[in-house]
Design a protein around this ligand. Structure first.
Ligand SMILES: CCCCCc1ccc(-c2ccc(S(=O)(=O)CCO)cc2)cc1CCc1ccccn1
Length: 240
């Protein structure tokens, strides 16, 4: 089949992001600070600035009972659910459907005072990853979102400041088979979620405002999103 022009970049960025997401916090270099903790969820950030702008990389690790990596990635990737869980989303447009696992989105996020409103254009790709070493272990699933250009939606042409991001959601399903050989239920599965993001806020925004936004919004986003997936799947057959 003829390759889409974005495909080589998608494949390269996905492999690069998954490799980094798999690395433990200790292996990801120094300077990571734990800035939020809630039960199984631990959120780290590194304070980094590029041209005086805050671009703090973020890495969150969470373990959620009762859901699988395939289910988590489906609800994160599929646009039809996004308004249900993405609290700061004002508008989302699918600019292009490249394939059933690769799409291009335009999103405008609600304005956060005193900064100006932001928008973002990114490709989003969902993929099952071979689990390599242990053949019979459950697979890993990932969704990678990466900023891209759109000639129809040039950056900073309207009221919004264009942000640039790379996001990786990496999910590993864990199955704890019941001792008595009964069929596996949702009580026997859990999902280890690693969420990595680097966001360049585009135009200038005060470092204190950005860091306050991230400190408030990221824990809220991950808790709300995972609770949403638990609620959506609880009475459905398990999707491995
Ligand atoms: C002055 C504020 C400037 C930054 C605002 C900003 C930046 C990035 C994003 C954002 C974060 C995650 C994604 S995603 O993981 O791809 C999921 C699909 O939506 C896409 C966009 C959002 C927001 C708005 C504030 C904010 C910060 C975190 C989390 C949520 N909201």
């Amino acid at each position: 089949a003829v390759q889409h022009p974005l495909w080589p970049e998608v494949d390269r960025v996905v492999k690069q992001q998954v490799t980094m997401a798999k690395m433990g916090i200790g292996e990801c270099g120094t300077g990571w600070q734990l800035f939020a903790e809630d039960g199984e969820m631990k959120m780290y950030r590194r304070e980094e600035e590029v041209d005086g702008m805050v671009v703090d990389p973020l890495k969150a690790v969470h373990v959620v009972k009762g859901i699988t990596g395939h289910e988590v990635c489906n609800y994160f990737f599929n646009p039809k659910y996004r308004y249900d869980w993405e609290t700061t989303l004002e508008h989302m447009t699918v600019l292009e459907t490249i394939s059933d696992d690769t799409m291009v989105f335009l999103q405008t996020h609600k304005r956060i005072w005193p900064a100006s409103q932001r928008d973002v254009v990114f490709w989003s790709h969902m993929r099952k990853l071979p689990n390599g070493q242990d053949r019979d272990g459950p697979d890993m699933w990932t969704v990678v979102n990466n900023s891209t250009e759109s000639s129809e939606h040039p950056a900073n042409a309207g009221k919004c400041v264009r942000i640039y991001l790379t996001v990786c959601l990496l999910c590993q399903t864990r199955v704890h088979p019941p001792k008595d050989g009964t069929p596996i239920s949702r009580d026997n599965v859990s999902c280890k979620i690693t969420y990595c993001s680097v966001v360049n806020p585009g135009g200038w925004a005060p470092a204190s405002v950005l860091r306050a936004v991230y400190k408030r919004e990221y824990p809220k986003f991950l808790k709300r999103f995972t609770a949403y997936v638990v609620n959506q799947t609880k009475n459905q057959p398990i999707l491995f």
